[in-house]
Design a protein around this ligand. Structure first.
Ligand code: F6P
Length: 406
């Protein structure tokens, strides 16, 4: 499966759209998803090149298409970012994400030509939104805090950003069919239109783009309460909760009740997660994909017993914990593959969600949400009796942790 996954396809995902249409949100999500699945990815943002080279604080007129003094400079930044992306593809890059407005056809034609000369396919991802309420909210939420507006009043910054959008509107031309592969995401996912999507990777990206929506809903992650196996240091199994574990279930239910949210609750199919979520009193969904990593022949043993009975296995796992697969069981890499549908489902969900699962599974989910490199996943801290609350931002999630008293 892993061998087939790449098929040698190198893809530049070229974002398109007026400012404040959620391009960066989509770009960062795509990057996190792909790197979590094991692709080597890079995100380049032309705005960052401009801020670094021309200084952050440029007024709306700087972006005017007929401003002779700045047009060439801006094209230069765009090309510098593209050159860096293509240089990265030459090494071992697989999916590069080119985040800029790319609003006019001439710029897109150059990008396509250069990518094609470098053997890199192009997938345009255009975000379209004409609802002034959504656009204004986007500007207020994501743009006024940019270094571009440091020291400026919120109203002045807002006015200037609207002016910047107006400059781009003068030359904006949506992607046309003859430009090749594209996915257009309209009104934050209400409609998704695609053209000439070929090959596994592009199809997978198009499918993912159909699911993602900007939302403000929180994601809560929790391991089950302490189980009899935790107490005995045994891994895997399907043991019941201990007294402390049952107390945690109560504490978790209170935690949820105290919040102004009614989360959807997902558990694994194992009794320790089902029992932990039971006190909340909401309908829960038990998903096999959330079951703990399958320790195969080591299931039910302590780490000491594994070391004594399977010394070579113990050493191989210590050598590469991410790739190591228990005999007749799973690796972290396997866990990620089986969690892919959970991620897709999670991205499509608009309501808050509480996921009650297990250490390895939550490390993998948390790794995706927080954009952690794959090899760090097996070591992420996901302790017992702790709720991890993740609240979306434009580029990722803000995190809070609550250790509940038991
Ligand atoms: O010990 C609890 C547990 O959930 C086991 O069931 C599982 O095998 C283990 O954690 C995963 O953690 P690690 O990958 O660090 O062994």
């Amino acid at each position: 499966m892993v061998l087939q996954r790449h098929g040698g396809q190198k893809i530049a995902v070229v974002m398109v759209g007026l400012p404040a249409r959620g391009k960066t949100f989509v770009a960062r999500k795509l990057q996190r998803y792909l790197s979590w699945l094991g692709y080597s990815t890079l995100w380049v943002n032309v705005g960052d090149y401009r801020r670094a080279r021309a200084g952050a604080q440029q007024p709306a007129e700087y972006f005017a298409p007929d401003n002779e003094a700045t047009r060439e400079e801006r094209e230069g930044f765009a090309m510098a970012a593209l050159d860096d992306l293509l240089a990265w593809f030459k090494k071992d890059g697989e999916v590069g994400i080119y985040d800029a407005t790319n609003a006019d056809r001439t710029r897109r034609d150059i990008i396509r030509k250069e990518c094609s000369a470098a053997g890199v396919g192009v997938l345009f991802v255009e975000t379209i939104c004409d609802d002034p309420k959504i656009i204004d909210a986007n500007v207020r939420r994501n743009k006024l805090g940019l270094p571009d507006y440091a020291g400026m009043s919120a109203d002045d910054a807002f006015r200037d950003f609207r002016g910047r959008i107006a400059q781009y509107e003068r030359t904006y031309r949506p992607v046309e069919d003859e430009e090749g592969s594209y996915v257009k995401v309209v009104d934050a996912g209400r409609q998704v239109i695609s053209n000439r999507i070929e090959g596994y990777l592009s199809s997978r990206l198009a499918f993912f783009l159909m699911q993602i929506r900007p939302t403000e809903r929180a994601i809560l992650l929790s391991r089950h309460g302490e189980s009899e196996f935790n107490l005995a240091d045994r891994i895997g199994g399907d043991a019941p909760l201990t007294e402390r574990g049952r107390k945690y279930a109560e504490a978790l239910a209170n935690f949820v009740r105290e919040r102004p949210i009614e989360p959807v609750v997902w558990t694994s199919t194992l009794q320790r997660t089902v029992a932990t979520a039971a006190a909340i009193g909401h309908e829960t969904e038990s998903l096999r994909a959330l079951d703990e990593i399958d320790a195969g022949v080591c299931d039910g043993l302590t780490y000491e017993e594994i070391k004594a009975q399977w010394p070579e296995e113990f050493a191989s796992r210590a050598g590469n914990k991410f790739r190591y697969r228990y005999p007749r069981g799973e690796s972290y890499a396997d866990v990620i593959l089986r969690l892919d549908p959970v991620i897709v489902e999670l991205e499509g969900l608009r309501s808050p969600v509480l996921i009650v699962a297990h250490q390895a599974v939550l490390r993998a989910l948390y790794g995706y949400l927080m954009g952690k490199p794959q090899d760090e996943c097996p070591y992420l801290q996901v302790p017992l009796h702790t709720v991890i609350q993740l609240t979306p931002t434009e580029t990722g999630y803000d995190e809070e942790r609550f250790l509940l008293p038991v």
